[in-house]
Design a protein around this ligand. Structure first.
Ligand SMILES: [Zn+2]
Length: 295
């Protein structure tokens, strides 16, 4: 009996000593998973394949050959042309996001290789103000497209965004036209552009560069469209009928008509997989094929 009690005490102590956040409960299948195990599965649920969010650094690390990402314009910072204040001034909101993410804005772009193939890569980070598109994001996407055109290198943009950044008003809306024009010039030059839809892609981002890919790849379960159910409900001040809400990941990806609704491991793959990881294979094959056919 004494042994049992001391054993119970030992178990209680061990449970208490586990740092918070070590175990994660999957929002899809409710299975628990240790953070280390999730990391080995590239932040996908080992049981059901649910995709946890990735920040820009994790996504870059996942997609490109190790150590090849050469970031450009990392220091570009947003201005406050409207002197915008909602519940707090826009500069204070930006400063919070900078503190939280260690980045100056919601996009990173640079050059890299995928399985040895040179690419220009731009990745939006949802952790920075919901990946919203202000002047900096628009400028980085445009500069990435221009660099891809000048160097005849395929462009890949991974989008995860709530849409245009309302704190920059019309300046954020102008980014839709600017990025679209840059991508048109890229298209006219015959350089392929692959758009990867990560979760979620809404508003001005989905209505501009995210939808303009020669090939659009949607990560499994990614919500994509112009407005999500919550925004629609807030706008019309009515609860949407259950039938109009996304019942499954396939419905969600189908809304943006991607070229591929990528299977569970096409955008991320288990570290234990043998052979070539599917994501670089998928993207490099696509870009190589387009490079060959369009020139
Ligand atoms: Zn799961």
């Amino acid at each position: 009996m004494t042994d049992m009690l001391s054993r119970a005490d030992e178990i209680r102590t061990r449970i208490r000593d586990v740092p918070a956040g070590t175990w994660v409960k999957c929002p899809s299948c409710r299975a628990g998973a240790h953070r280390d195990r999730l990391a080995r599965h590239q932040n996908t649920c080992p049981e059901c394949g649910h995709h946890y969010p990735l920040n820009a650094a994790e996504r870059i690390e996942l997609l490109v050959d190790e150590g090849t990402f050469d970031e450009v314009d990392a220091g570009l910072r947003p201005l406050d042309p409207l002197g915008f204040v909602d519940s707090k001034p826009y500069p204070a909101r930006v400063a919070d996001a900078v503190r939280k993410t260690g980045r100056q804005d919601a996009a990173r772009w640079g050059t890299a290789t995928i399985l040895g193939h040179p690419v220009v890569l731009c990745v939006l980070d949802f952790a920075f103000m919901g990946g919203s598109m202000g002047a900096v994001v628009g400028e980085k996407v445009s500069r990435a497209a221009e660099h891809a055109k000048v160097t005849s290198t395929p462009l890949i943009v991974c989008s995860a965004s709530g849409g245009a950044r309302m704190q920059e008003g019309v300046f954020s809306l102008l980014q839709m036209a600017k990025t679209s024009a840059a991508l048109r010039r890229l298209s006219d030059a015959g350089i392929p552009y692959v758009s990867v839809l990560c979760d979620p892609v809404y508003g001005g981002v989905s209505a501009s560069f995210a939808s303009l890919g020669d090939i659009i790849v949607a990560e499994r379960g990614a919500r994509a469209g112009f407005a999500g159910p919550t925004v629609i409900e807030q706008t019309i001040r009515q609860k949407l009928p259950r039938a109009s809400r996304p019942p499954s990941s396939s419905w969600r990806t189908a809304t943006s008509t991607p070229s591929w609704a990528a299977p569970s491991c096409a955008c991320r793959w288990p570290a234990s997989s043998a052979g070539t990881p599917p994501a670089p294979r998928l993207l490099s094959t696509a870009t190589r094929r387009l490079s060959t056919t369009r020139r």
